[in-house]
Design a protein around this ligand. Sequence first.
Ligand code: HEM
Length: 464
Amino acid sequence: MKITRYPPGPAGLPFVGHLFSYQRDPISFLIKAVRNYGDIVHFRLGPRNFFLLNHPDHIEEVLVTHNRNFEKKGQTPPARQVMGTGLLYSRGDFHLRQRRLIQPAFHRQRILAYADVMTNYGMETQERWQEGTNLDILEEMTHLTLRIVGKTLFDRDLESETGEISETFNLFIKWGLTPGPLYRLLERLPLPSVHHRQKALNQVNTFVHKMINERRTSGVDAGDVLSMLLRAQDVEGDGSGMTDRQIRDEIMTLFVTGHETTALALTWTWYLLSQHPDVEAKLHAEIDTVLADRPPTAGDVEQLPYTRMVFMEAMRLYPPTWRICRRVLRDYEIENYLLPADSVILICPYVTHHDSRYFPDPFKFDPERWIPKAEVRLPRCAYFPFGAGPRQCIGESFAWMEGILLIATLAQRWRMRLVPNHPVRIMLSVTLRPKCGMRMILERRKPSLDLKLTDFKSNIASVP
Ligand code: HEM
């Protein structure tokens, strides 16, 4: 019989383990842990055993080849309030069923059809921009990507609602890393912030239920996710299947997952470009050569390899989903170490993406490292901003299309300069965010296209 033991790791305090140092600065804690103890590290957060895995082969084992031995870790209370048992957090057969149901919305043909909406909303945004404006580019990208999700997946132009919806999500995202018991305690207190958060969420809930009811009453099958969900509910007939509550959870999940991560990836891209004029110049050269003065289409994406490399490198340095957690279902052995049932596996794309074994000079922003097909030389899970295996991001192709088209559309006309002395610091909640937003000044590159707003607004038709 093999002898198994826990992997090495830092000795923690009695009872709390490393809760405080982890909460204070998770990334530094995890980077230091890997540096000092290697690719498999054991530590405790409170009474719970955590195992940080950093080697791409081990990551692949957990997420892909032996994924059945692990399940998604339960969500934090704020995530539960917003997304309930939507696709991101559901488990087992129920997750499989919901994933199969929603998958058609992300088939290749549909993503191609979404491209026009992505470019057109991008065009609208940049037409509105004014030379010299100082704005929070994260807020701009958030509104833009939220509108795109609303139109592509729910056939709804959210122009007037984006502010309220994204503000509500933000109120919850900020609490993403608060330990569950503390959050639940705070929720019971008569604090104005708790009241404000709940009120905002009620408003978004009302809006989503109105969307569901309107579509049901109209009987229109728009072929979008909302119609798919309603159709599935009808097929199940007796109501034992998907309730309105479940439909609401799936919609909220797609709203949240479908816009925030892409908005962050774009925000970090603009920031990195502003700090690397040489990369920015190459990007502009590619966009100008391929597009001249016309807006990009789905067909151009393949012709914009450098734009893709820039986006890819930004997500290496700042992976919006900075950690992925799994619960161990049955005792599991890796390299003769024991990972006991009910412990938590922590996988941190941020840490692995900065590992010099796979990415020489790992903190350098260097899109050239992604010269086409370079990634095939890397182990499968050395670069995985979208996760891997059966829980891999359902929206990955959507995000690539959207990221490349929006970079091309916006960089064709504008460059963004970081406001002098604006503090750029990482804040970790569920996602990796710039703590103080990203204040940038707009500089026009070229005169506006001859197109008028109305020309391309009329192109924003329903997605077939
Ligand atoms: C740059 C953009 C994006 C990044 C970095 C990203 C990242 C991720 C990651 C890492 C996961 C897996 C989490 C895990 O294994 O625990 C995930 C799951 C998911 N993502 Fe994305 N995502 C992005 C864009 C999108 C978009 C555009 C959509 C939808 C329109 C989307 C919808 C989802 C959903 C629904 C899941 C849960 C899938 C499941 O568990 O079956 N994501 N995403």
